[in-house]
Each structure stands twice: as structure tokens, then as C-alpha cells.
Design a protein around this ligand. Structure first.
Ligand SMILES: Cc1ncc(COP(=O)(O)O)c(C=O)c1O
Length: 418
């Protein structure tokens, strides 16, 4: 074990059972609830000055003592984290708020999406536990990320995804060396089959390390959003943070990360957290609006936000509702037209993302239109995947010039027209 490890084990969020730090665990073996890593935060707080964190480069591992890792020598990294928080004053003016920032994972993560924040941690745990392969169910980005980190760690990777996953995401996973299994069905159906294969049919003894839904170590990587936002804004919290939501553990873990920052006096207050979904697949928004305590599955409709089409998030959805309530946030759904308009607006601000990732801005715009935002608001919109991830939608929305200039004279003539 490395020195300065503050990770002390995991605790079940349902029955409260505790497990030692070296336990390879997904859900609680007793009650099947989500489990949550625990740290000796008080000791960390006292020893923090000596760790000289501020001298470390930007990365999710800058805060490695607050990640569930027992051996820092085994960290698997491709340089993930440290995404830029980009001020967008024009968008802030349009929405009538004091400031609007885009946290741009698409341009800064090694595989071009938020998934690197969490899969880096999962791959590290797989190496700690001695696995030879990583597997996941995915709407595309998690698969690409799992394949990349498996390659980095010298492990095999197996990815299960809906048959109509955007080709660039499948191609990316294949390029890193994954076995990609395309399943006829949408993500919730793939998720159910995958769980049955890995959890039931193997009686929980899968030879592959499961980087899919419910991995408590993987989710912890998403706390890095809170650390990065707190640091980039010098400890002054934004009023609201919007996040594209599927399983939605990003929001749950952002809440945990901000709580840790509060305890360490690195931020002044908790921001309100918002889950943003497509109207065609919005189980969390439906539960939120009806005041339900749990999330029920919905029928998945067609949407351009393919990365977010998780029709039945189950336990994760329930945890998300608790986060939205605890942070006085909310859940917002938008239609594809609003989403594509926000996506293009980000393009005009120099931000190139996949449509799903623009839903955070679309949701903020929806709240602005319904008069729910204040002129004093400081917003952060997490933009979670690169524009290169969905070339099909991109090519449907730009016009590639048909004219091909054959000579300098033609070029001069054309330039005069411009
Ligand atoms: C681009 C993008 N944004 C957001 C999400 C949703 O993240 P979460 O599962 O934390 O809700 C996904 C999930 O695949 C994604 O690919």
C-alpha cells in the first residue's frame, strides 16, 4: 500500500454494511444497494498542507488521496482531467445571468468524453485486483474509454453496445483493440442482458472486470468535476451546475465531491445540481416532476441524444433524485430542436461537442426562458463529449461545399465573391 492513502473501505448506502478497502465489490452482497467509498477525511484535512497538492499538474489524480486507490504505483492514466472552464459572456448575456462557464470534457479528455474521468479509476482497480480484461455495457463513450484504458494497462477489453451506437464511438473502441458486441436493442435492454451475463450467469465471478453500471470505484472518478470547478473558480461556487444525465452518477458524485470541498474549506457553498435529459427518454425528469421517491423505466423514443438514452436507470436514478433534492437542484428535459439549437450555439462560441453533450446548455436555456434563473446566477454547463463522436449528426447539419477550385484564377474569383 502507498503512503498517504486515506481510502479506508466501502460502505453500503442501504444497510450500512462496511467492507475493507481491498474488497472487490459492485453492489452490496447483502442487500444489493449501491456501495460508496469512504475516506479518512479528517486525517486528510490535517495532513493536506504537507501534501502540496497545489503544486501537482491538473489531472483527476491531483486529488488521488480522495480516490479509492490503495497503490498509487498502479494508477492507469492517459492524462485525464484538468478540463478547461471556459467563460462564455455572450451566452451569459443571452440567458440574462451574471456568468456562464462551459466545462469542456470533449476537447480535453484522452478519448474525448467524460468517461475517462471514471474509467481511469476502474482500470486502476482492475490492475490492483489482478484482472486480465475490462468489460462494459455502453452507449458508446464508455466503451471507447474502457478500450483505451485496457490498452494502456495491457488488458483485453470487451464492449457491449446498442447496434445503432454512433459509428465513431464503436470504431474508436475497435481501434484501441476491443471486441465490440453490437446488440439489437436500446441501452436499457443491453444493460439488462449484460448484468445477467456478468452477474447472474457467472454467480458474480466474472473473469472480466466490470466497468459498467454499479461499479462504485469507477463512479468516484466523477468527483473530479467538483474539485476542478472549485479550483477554477477559486473556491467561489457557481449557483447551478447542469449535467447531461443518463445513469447520472456524475451528479451524485459531484455532490460528494463538493461536500468534501466544503469540509476541506475549498469552496464556500453547495451549488444546485441539475440533471438534463432528452424529452424522448427522461425517466429522471418524469420522476422528479411527479415527486416520486424512485425512478421507473420509460419507453425510449427516438432522439439525437443517443448517449443519454438510458430508459431505466434503476438504483442510479433513485440516488440522483436524492442528490437533486439535497442540493435544491432539479431535472429538465428538452426536445431535439432545442438541443440542436444549443449545440449550434456552442459551435458559434468555439466549442465542438456531440449533440448529447450540449443538453446542459439547452436545459439552462429552458430555465432562463421559464424565468427560473436570476440575474446573479453563475452557471456551469458540463459539456461531456467531443463533436467527433457523432459524425452522422454533424454531417447532416453542415453543408460541405460542392465547388472544387481548380486553379488560382478560380480561387481569386471565388474570394472576390466572399
Ligand atoms: C457524452 C455523454 N454525456 C453524459 C453522459 C451521462 O453520464 P452519466 O452516466 O453520469 O449520467 C454520457 C453517458 O454515456 C455521455 O456519453
Amino acid at each position: 500500500m502507498s503512503p498517504n492513502v486515506y481510502f479506508v473501505g466501502t460502505r453500503c448506502t442501504g444497510c450500512g454494511a462496511s467492507f475493507p478497502p481491498d474488497t472487490d465489490i459492485l453492489l452490496c452482497p447483502d442487500c444489493e444497494s449501491l456501495v460508496d467509498p469512504v475516506y479518512d477525511l479528517e486525517r486528510f484535512r490535517t495532513e493536506l498542507p504537507g501534501l502540496e497538492l497545489d503544486r501537482r499538474p491538473p489531472s483527476i489524480w491531483k486529488w488521488r488521496e480522495l480516490l479509492p486507490v490503495s497503490d498509487f504505483e498502479k494508477i492507469v492514466t492517459l492524462g485525464e482531467g484538468g478540463a478547461p472552464l471556459i467563460a462564455c459572456p455572450g451566452l451569459a448575456r443571452t440567458l440574462g445571468v451574471r456568468a456562464l462557464y462551459v466545462l469542456d470534457d470533449g476537447s480535453s479528455m484522452p478519448t474525448g468524453s467524460l468517461k475517462d474521468r471514471s474509467i481511469a479509476v476502474a482500470a486502476t482497480k482492475a490492475v490492483e485486483f489482478g484482472y486480465h480484461a475490462l468489460s462494459c455495457d455502453s452507449t458508446g463513450n464508455k466503451g471507447a474509454s474502457t478500450a483505451a484504458y485496457a490498452a494502456r494497462a495491457g488488458l483485453r477489453s470487451i464492449v457491449f453496445c446498442p447496434w445503432d451506437t454512433p459509428l465513431p464511438k464503436m470504431a474508436q473502441a475497435l481501434f484501441y483493440g476491443a471486441r465490440v458486441v453490437r446488440v439489437r436493442g436500446h441501452f436499457s435492454e443491453v444493460n439488462a442482458m449484460y448484468r445477467r451475463l456478468l452477474r447472474v450467469d457467472t454467480q458474480g465471478k466474472s473473469p472480466w472486470y466490470d466497468c459498467g453500471t454499479d461499479n462504485p470505484f469507477r463512479y468516484e472518478g466523477k468527483k473530479s468535476y467538483a474539485y476542478e470547478i472549485a479550483e477554477a473558480l477559486d473556491g467561489v461556487a457557481p449557483t447551478r451546475v447542469f449535467h447531461p444525465a443518463a445513469g447520472c452518477m456524475s451528479l451524485v458524485k459531484m455532490q460528494k465531491g463538493f461536500e468534501e470541498m466544503l469540509q476541506l474549506e475549498r469552496i464556500d457553498r453547495m451549488p444546485a445540481l441539475y440533471a438534463c435529459q432528452s424529452e424522448a427518454c427522461a425517466p429522471i425528469v418524469k420522476a422528479w416532476e411527479s415527486g416520486a421517491a424512485t425512478v421507473e423505466g420509460v419507453e425510449k423514443g427516438a432522439t439525437v441524444a443517443s448517449a443519454l438514452a438510458f430508459a431505466d436507470p434503476g438504483l442510479l436514478g433513485n440516488a440522483t433524485l436524492a442528490t437533486l433534492r439535497a442540493t435544491s437542484g432539479g431535472a429538465v428535459s428538452v426536445g431535439d430542436d432545442e438541443l440542436l439549437a444549443a449545440w449550434k450555439e456552442l459551435g458559434r462560441s468555439g466549442i465542438f461537442c456531440e449533440p448529447s453533450a450540449a443538453i446542459s446548455l439547452a436545459a439552462a436555456q429552458r430555465l432562463a426562458e421559464s424565468g427560473e434563473l436570476d440575474s446573479d446566477d453563475v452557471l456551469v454547463c458540463n459539456v461531456t463529449g467531443s463533436g467527433f463522436k457523432d459524425m452522422e449528426t454533424l454531417l447532416k447539419n453542415v453543408v460541405v461545399p460542392e465547388t472544387i477550385v481548380e486553379s488560382y484564377d478560380e480561387l481569386r474569383a471565388l474570394v472576390r465573391e466572399l
